[in-house]
Design a protein around this ligand. Structure first.
Ligand SMILES: NC(=O)c1ccc[n+]([C@@H]2O[C@H](COP(=O)([O-])OP(=O)(O)OC[C@H]3O[C@@H](n4cnc5c(N)ncnc54)[C@H](OP(=O)(O)O)[C@@H]3O)[C@@H](O)[C@H]2O)c1
Length: 281
């Protein structure tokens, strides 16, 4: 039985990666700062360990594992600096498989270079790497927009009229599980998307149908977005982070679909309708 070291194991993507690996009868080391949360989610099915990108003393716990999944926390513009010491440690001490979660279009985003820098670092390393670049998660609506949707009947993202093929965390995780476990896959980069691109106007319509409430998409310009966040007491760095990220949708940079999920997992990706129904009904 093979054993995999999963960072971010309690997060949106990590917990689905753990589930996908357990379904394939693998052993999992759940590597997070809060081990109680891992225990609460997975009980005795995983080995929960304390792991912190900021604490080099926690890195040697990769020993004896066959693959490592690296995911960084969201909303951190200094993500490359946070993750780099761990990747340096892997370069010196690890021969197993490594999968890194980047983001669709993020290699082109000069204001937020962290995923591109990490991709370059891995690609020029001696590691046995694969990279996934998922699009915007379908689960963002339930995770980050729920209060706006349920309490204000509004979607409030600075995405303009752009369309993008949102992707489900379960499909991302299924693809990562394949890249971690399939020895034939090496040095591959996969853009992971759903099968169809939607604008935020389209998402508002879907949410209206699903919830029975009239949800509108406010289509805020960046200044309005920044002001509304500030007035609600949100720290400025959130708008600084989100505006460039949403510009990828607004400017049409991440509008194309790929068939990577079907190619990797053998199954069609979930639809946005499926995921919104699961999250909002
Ligand atoms: N949302 C999107 O649409 C989207 C699209 C493409 C790419 N991405 C990328 O996805 C990543 C975020 O993934 P997610 O949504 O699954 O995150 P998440 O749900 O916020 O989970 C973050 C995980 O990381 C762990 N963590 C946080 N700080 C840590 C540290 N210092 N050391 C070790 N573990 C730490 C957390 O557990 P503890 O707090 O217990 O440590 C948690 O398990 C980001 O890199 C983002 O750029 C997001």
């Amino acid at each position: 039985m093979k054993k995999y070291f999963i960072t971010g194991a309690t997060g949106t993507i990590g917990k689905e990666v753990v589930t996908a690996l357990l379904e394939k009868n693998n052993m999992v080391v759940a590597a997070t700062r809060n081990t109680e949360k891992s225990k609460g989610l997975f009980g005795s099915k995983v080995t929960p360990i304390h792991f912190d990108y900021q604490n080099r003393n926690t890195f040697n716990q990769i020993e004896g594992t066959d693959g490592v999944f690296i995911i960084g926390p969201p909303l951190n513009p200094a993500l490359f600096e946070l993750l780099e010491p761990f990747v340096n440690y892997l370069q010196d001490n690890y021969t197993g498989r490594v999968v890194y979660l980047s983001g669709y279009g993020m290699d082109t985003l000069k204001e937020m270079p962290f995923h591109g820098l990490m991709e370059d670092k891995l690609k020029t390393s001696n590691l046995n790497w694969n990279i996934v670049r998922p699009g915007f998660f379908m689960q963002n609506f339930g995770n980050y927009e729920r209060e706006n949707i349920e309490q204000r009947n509004v979607l409030f993202s600075p995405a303009g009229e752009g369309k993008t093929p949102f992707v489900s965390s379960r499909d991302i995780a299924g693809s990562i599980a394949v890249l971690l476990t399939d020895a034939n896959r090496k040095h591959q980069t996969h853009i992971l998307t759903g099968a169809k691109a939607y604008s935020h106007f389209d998402v508002a319509k879907l949410l209206t149908t699903i919830t029975g409430n009239p949800i509108i998409y406010a289509n805020p310009d960046p200044d309005t977005y920044r002001k509304v966040l500030k007035d609600s007491g949100t720290p400025n760095f959130i708008a600084d982070y989100m505006i460039p990220i949403y510009s990828l949708i607004k400017n049409g940079n991440i509008k194309n679909t790929t068939d990577s999920i079907k190619t990797l997992t053998g199954t069609d990706p979930e639809t946005l309708e499926d995921v919104l129904r699961r999250d909002f009904l």
